[in-house]
Ligand binder design. Structure first.
Ligand code: ADP
Ligand code: MG
Length: 557
């Protein structure tokens, strides 16, 4: 029973086997790894590598529990650099499937094959093969009907494998990968690629122009990689790859930090793609907290979050994020919900709104369908969405007002009592400094009751109970980066949207020119506050390409 449970923890479905086998191949120093599946791995999985191979005399040992060649002594556990170290994967797999293990080391004249079923060695014979290892899995979960029933369709199981192989191939750009399903070659990544070329191979050609390089260092952390420009962002979070010491992992605080750093360049539920590699002392993070090693923990997490936030912000600030004509632009919905009327009024009355009207004249700018502006630039043309553009300009102005009044605090005419859960109360008590810095004056009257006497001016009419619950969630997720909370952001975006000229308004020549000029000197000019593009650049090369004056391959950005 204990064995079954342990084996079941490692092998949940075909993808778990593929992951373990490919990781073993990588640990063995393979340059080329091929994965052949039948029915998404449900019927058969074969992983072949050209790594170091397994010694003949070890072939029957590696399938025993706790046998590994990757740690020599207890202290090694503190600084794991290989994928494996538990010595449990092969053992677990032989408990739930039939396994044929074939391997040959460089110095041997032939290989050896070992057939194992239900943990028992059925055969161990010499076999002719090249240096490396071939592992074949069949009869998966044959003796575990419950697990087998739990598997999804071939297509879904295959998708899981595809995802993992892509992640591993991004973490190991120098290794070649081939993935087949039912004899069809699905992925074919050549060895010795750079991270940048691998990203293009994995994410498609458009990625080449849409991923910005990033690098930073601090403490014991070295960060490098690529983040997608807003144009590359999508509604699905599949292209968010985090790699720590060559190991793909998921770690929510980092994903959130990157999204935060994009600010209003992206709509709320749109995710920036990225491939971020973090290198650190293996002693500074713990991969040992999950049986399949999917979760990790960092010491000095806040430092890491700060460095990364800064790196992404700097990269975005220095890059040209203009939307251009490659790749598809996602379509976003515009939401105005959740805004705060009183705060909106307050902001409006305190901001001198910038006006499109009353400016000088120059080169004619075309207005199309009272919606878009077309202006000639030195190197081509500019397409502007008049409403999005004005909205962005106003948003940045309203934000400035907000920044100015941010520190101002008001005494609530009637103190507000809020009631939190025991857990939430503990969080508030432990982070009282943070709230005091923001201008709150809070009294903790009963264990879970708080009386709020003073608040930042902009929050005076807010549902404070809700505000606290949201902020606490952020604190717990450790993404407490001092910036606008969600609702403040939505409120400012709302005022900007309502104050902006509309699609459908006729603009005079000077007004058109004035709008474009102001937009181009605005900080967040690339998108409207909801993350839709504010303008699109078509330079002479883009135009030449659209009209087939030059072949696509010559287009260099
Ligand atoms: P772990 O990877 O944690 O050591 P595994 O059960 O995955 O445990 O593998 C057990 C051992 O088998 C490894 O330590 C390694 O010595 C050997 N091994 C497994 N797969 C390969 C491979 N593809 N090439 C060379 N050696 C391998
Ligand atoms: Mg392993």
């Amino acid at each position: 029973m204990i064995e079954r449970i342990a084996a079941g923890q490692v092998v949940e479905r075909p993808v778990s086997i593929v992951k373990e086998l490919v990781e073993n191949s990588l640990d063995a120093g393979a340059q080329n790894i091929s994965i052949r599946l039948e029915d998404g791995g449900k019927t058969k999985i074969v992983v072949t590598d050209d790594g170091c191979g397994i010694q003949e005399s070890d072939l029957e040992k590696v399938i025993e529990q706790h046998t590994t060649s990757k740690i020599q002594q207890l202290a090694d556990l503190q600084k794991i650099t290989s994928f494996g170290f538990r010595g449990e994967a092969l053992w677990s797999i032989t408990k739930v499937a039939k396994v044929i293990l074939q391997s040959r080391r460089k110095e041997s004249t032939s290989g050896r094959a070992c057939i194992v079923k239900n943990g028992l060695v059925l055969e161990n014979v010499p076999v002719g093969m090249q240096t490396g290892t071939i592992i074949t899995i069949t009869e998966l979960f044959e003796t575990y009907p419950a697990r087998k029933k739990f598997l999804k369709s071939n297509q879904v199981e295959f998708q899981y494998v595809l995802e993992i192989v892509n992640q591993l191939s991004l973490a190991h750009a120098t290794v070649g990968f081939q993935l087949f399903n039912n004899d069809k070659l699905i992925l074919d990544y050549l060895p010795n690629e750079t991270l940048q070329t691998r990203i293009t191979t994995v994410f498609g050609k458009a990625a080449k122009n849409l991923f910005l390089p990033l690098s930073a260092e601090g403490g014991d952390y070295k960060i490098r990689g690529f983040i997608g420009s807003p144009q590359a962002a999508t509604t699905i979070a599949l292209q968010q790859i985090l790699i720590v010491n060559k190991r793909p992992v998921s770690f929510l605080p980092i994903t959130k930090t990157i999204k935060h750093a994009f600010g209003t360049l992206l709509p709320k539920n749109i995710h920036p793609p990225f491939v971020i590699e973090i290198e650190t002392d293996p002693e500074l993070f713990d991969i040992n907290i999950h049986p399949r090693k999917e979760k990790i923990a960092f010491s000095e997490q806040q430092l890491l979050v700060d460095i990364l936030h800064h790196a992404v912000t700097t990269t975005l600030k220095n890059a040209n994020l203009s939307f251009s004509f490659y790749g598809d632009v996602e379509h976003y919905e515009l939401h105005d919900s959740g805004m705060d009327d009183i705060a909106a009024l307050f902001l409006k009355s305190n901001t001198k709104e910038w006006n499109v009207k009353n400016y000088f004249e120059d080169e004619p700018i075309l207005q199309v369908k009272k919606l878009y502006l077309i202006a000639q630039t030195k190197d081509g043309l500019l397409l502007v969405d008049q409403h999005a553009a004005h909205e962005r300009i106003l948003y940045d102005q309203f934000s400035e007002t907000y920044e100015q009044v941010h520190g101002e605090v008001v005494v609530l005419p009637k103190p507000v009592e809020i009631e939190l859960s025991v857990y939430e109360s503990e969080v508030v008590k432990n982070t009282m400094d943070f709230f005091e810095q923001l201008g709150f004056v809070i009294k903790n009257t009963k264990p879970t009751t708080f009386i709020i006497q003073k608040v930042p001016i902009i929050l005076q009419n807010r549902n404070l109970q809700k505000y606290f619950v949201e902020i606490i969630a952020d604190i717990v997720a450790e993404t407490k980066i001092p910036e606008l909370d969600d609702q403040t952001h939505r409120t400012i975006a709302y005022v900007a949207c309502r104050s902006a000229i509309k699609a459908g308004e006729v603009l005079t020549q000077p007004e058109r020119k004035n709008l474009i000029e102001k937009l181009l000197t605005t900080k967040g000019r690339y998108t409207c506050p909801h993350g839709r593009p504010a303008y699109i650049v078509l330079n002479m090369t883009d135009l030449a390409q659209l009209f087939h004056r030059i072949p696509a391959s010559q287009k260099e950005k």
